[in-house]
Design a protein around this ligand. Structure first.
Ligand code: IPM
Ligand code: MG
Length: 352
């Protein structure tokens, strides 16, 4: 066995630690199919640390994380901390500082999983959202003017750089080509209102498209796209969009693929490190109860294997997840699975 993969683990808040434990269990089991083993190093970040001593994301930790092959994140978000602090200073700071400019969110309904969409099945719900992950309204620019007076003004800036837009769109074309399914890329924006940012996205999209003659493209306004995701999800293959639209449409994506118990995503810098996470959040009411569904976290490790180039192990793990979904799990929701969190991890391991 060659050198080991350096994996940073951030269990985080709420149910994060429980689901991360199952992810690690599965990675350890599948490691015999990998070209190298895994070395896990845990970093304690999140609401508890913040309330204890004000720690958010120390610079030394950031430097350590920069050197890893991949990061496995449980969840960030704590009911004891005002919304925005942990999200901005930990999650978004990680995305920005490590330049994880792609947020890759597959929306795939597996056989055996229920979707709220009537008459739609696994053949209909199978697409991937490529969300820009470092710019847009998330850049955090803005200000208050005359705060706390009746004349108060709040400004929130949406920043789109040509370089940032182009690298995201190029990744989406490349991804669509390699995915090799419908070879269809949809640009999602809002050109009828956002006459500057969406205009830039369209111009760059049209320019990059010249290099990908075999990929069919189309354009959807974000509001119409939300409707089509529900009415005719089968029309999508790969969707590329900005940060905030990507955030919103992937919650619809998560629910149509069976809910937050199963949806995973990767924050990726194609030339650097990457961070994989279940997209569901910290679910505080289930924390410590061994009730939460760990399959989203396990699916995140599956994406991690794929990113690391461990294609065989990734395929094997995908097969095991599918079997658990088809044969064992009764429901995707916490407490209704018919198994505890750790039992679901064991089931996956059992099929490896
Ligand atoms: C997500 C989340 C985050 C986001 C929050 C927690 C800041 O909703 O990863 O989709 O908006 O990006
Ligand atoms: Mg979100």
């Amino acid at each position: 066995m060659s050198e080991q993969y350096n994996i940073a683990v951030i269990p985080g808040d709420g149910t994060g630690p429980e689901v991360v434990e199952e992810g690690i269990k599965v990675l350890e089991a599948v490691s015999r199919k990998c070209t190298s083993g895994f070395r896990f190093r845990e970093f304690r970040l999140g609401g508890e640390q913040y309330m204890e001593n004000g720690t958010l994301l120390p610079d030394e930790v950031l430097e350590e994380l920069r050197k890893t092959d991949a990061i496995f994140l449980g969840a960030i978000g704590h009911s004891g901390v005002k919304p925005g602090i942990l999200e901005r200073e930990i999650l978004l700071r990680l995305r920005f500082e490590l330049d994880l400019y792609i947020n890759l969110r597959p929306v795939k309904l597996f056989p055996g999983v229920e979707t709220p969409l009537k008459n739609k099945g696994p053949d209909d719900i199978d697409f991937v959202v490529v969300r820009e992950n470092t710019e847009g309204i998330y850049a955090g620019g803005g200000s208050f003017f005359k705060k706390d007076t009746p004349y108060e003004v709040a400004l929130q800036e949406s920043i789109h750089t040509r370089r940032g837009v182009e690298r995201c769109i190029r990744f989406a074309f490349e991804y669509c080509k390699n995915r090799n399914k419908k070879k269809h890329l949809t640009l999602c924006a809002k050109t009828n209102v956002l006459i500057y940012e969406s205009d830039l996205w369209v111009r760059v999209f049209e320019q990059v498209r010249e290099d990908y003659g075999d990929i069919r493209t189309d354009y959807q306004h974000v509001d119409a796209l939300c409707m089509w995701m529900i009415k005719n999800p089968e029309r999508f293959d790969v969707i590329v969009t900005n940060n905030i639209f990507g955030d919103i449409i992937t919650d619809i994506g998560a629910i149509i693929q069976g809910g937050l118990g199963i949806a995973a995503g990767g924050n990726i810098n194609p030339k650097g490190t990457a961070m994989f996470e279940p997209i569901g959040g910290s679910a505080p009411k289930y924390a410590g109860k061994d009730m939460i569904n760990p399959l989203a976290a396990i699916s995140a490790t599956q994406m991690m294997l794929d990113y690391l180039g461990e294609k065989e192990a990734a395929q094997e793990l995908l097969g095991a997840i599918k079997r658990v979904l088809k044969h064992d799990l009764k429901n995707m929701e916490a407490g209704k699975m018919g198994f505890s969190t750790s039992e679901v991890g064991d089931l996956v391991v059992g099929y490896l």
